[in-house]
Design a protein around this ligand. Structure first.
Ligand SMILES: [Zn+2]
Length: 282
């Protein structure tokens, strides 16, 4: 027996073993006869590759069998066609997955430059591993310019977005600008809610934004809402934890600045990334 014929026969056995009532409930002619179901004689179907007659498969509809399909042919040509179809489906699925990922990362606002960023320090791996049960704990990543804070925060934002969490990645300045942009046309509440209510907020470069009464108050209201709802926030800053309040209070908003620093120290574990913190203290 030629080897491909043998292979074909093995394939046929595999298909036969799967019976009865396999293929999502479809039934064969034999089964329809054995069950005494009524049916019209099926149209003969031939494999387009080898010409072999194919067993019809039917579905019982209101007591009568409708012939809807045929058993796959075990020949090489049909097998190749099925493999090509499986590859085509896999390629489509991969494309869908890539599109889903792109949509999630765009919605999260993660800059494209960081879409391949890795969170490659043990503190971050630990944080990610314990994330689901950590009760809303966040991180305060601080360090000098060029220490890789944005890179690390983006990497975590990416992982959470890819895992299906609703993530918002923004600079503190960008968040305030987007909220401010809604003042004229309305929608301020929704803009604040986007940051206050998302599953994970990554607030990049806290301390770089302006320190007006409004901006300090807005940052506080977002962080406070997240604190109350136990939603995690990942903050990056050039300022060490002990220097943040002074920085935010530089235009006199001492009480709110202290409240922000307090919320952060209550919920965010500090991670120092090296470089030189501006006005490092504590
Ligand atoms: Zn065939």
């Amino acid at each position: 027996m030629p080897p491909n014929k043998q292979k074909g026969q093995q394939g046929l056995q595999k298909i036969r073993k799967g019976r009865p009532m396999d293929r999502a409930g479809l039934i064969t002619l034999e089964q329809a006869r054995a069950a005494g179901l009524s049916f019209d004689e099926p149209e003969p179907r031939a494999c387009p590759h080898c010409g072999a007659a194919l067993d019809p498969l039917g579905a019982a509809l209101a007591g009568k069998v409708a012939w809807v399909s045929a058993a796959p042919c075990p020949c090489e040509g049909a097998a190749r066609e099925r493999e090509a179809e499986a590859r085509r489906r896999a390629a489509l699925a991969a494309k869908d997955e890539a599109a889903r990922r792109e949509k999630a990362l765009l919605r999260a606002g993660i800059p494209r430059r960081y879409w391949a960023a890795e969170a490659d320090r043990p503190e971050f791996a630990e944080y990610i591993a314990s994330f689901a049960g950590n009760g809303g704990a966040g991180l305060y990543i601080h360090g000098g310019v060029g220490a890789g804070k944005t890179h690390a925060a983006s990497a975590m934002a990416r992982l959470f977005a890819e895992a299906g969490y609703d993530v918002a990645f923004t600079t503190a300045k960008g968040m305030l600008e987007r909220v401010k942009a809604t003042f004229d046309e309305g929608g301020t509440e929704a803009a604040v809610a986007r940051y206050a209510k998302c599953d994970v907020l990554v607030l990049d470069d806290l301390g770089k934004e302006d320190a007006t009464e409004w901006s300090v108050g807005t940052v506080f209201s977002v962080l406070d809402a997240r604190y109350e709802d136990m939603r995690p926030t990942i903050v990056t800053s050039n300022y060490a934890p002990g220097a943040l309040a002074d920085r935010l209070a530089r235009r006199g908003e001492r009480v709110t600045a202290e409240a922000i620093a307090s919320r952060i120290s209550q919920t965010c574990r500090p991670v120092y990334l090296g470089g030189r913190d501006r006005r490092r203290r504590g």
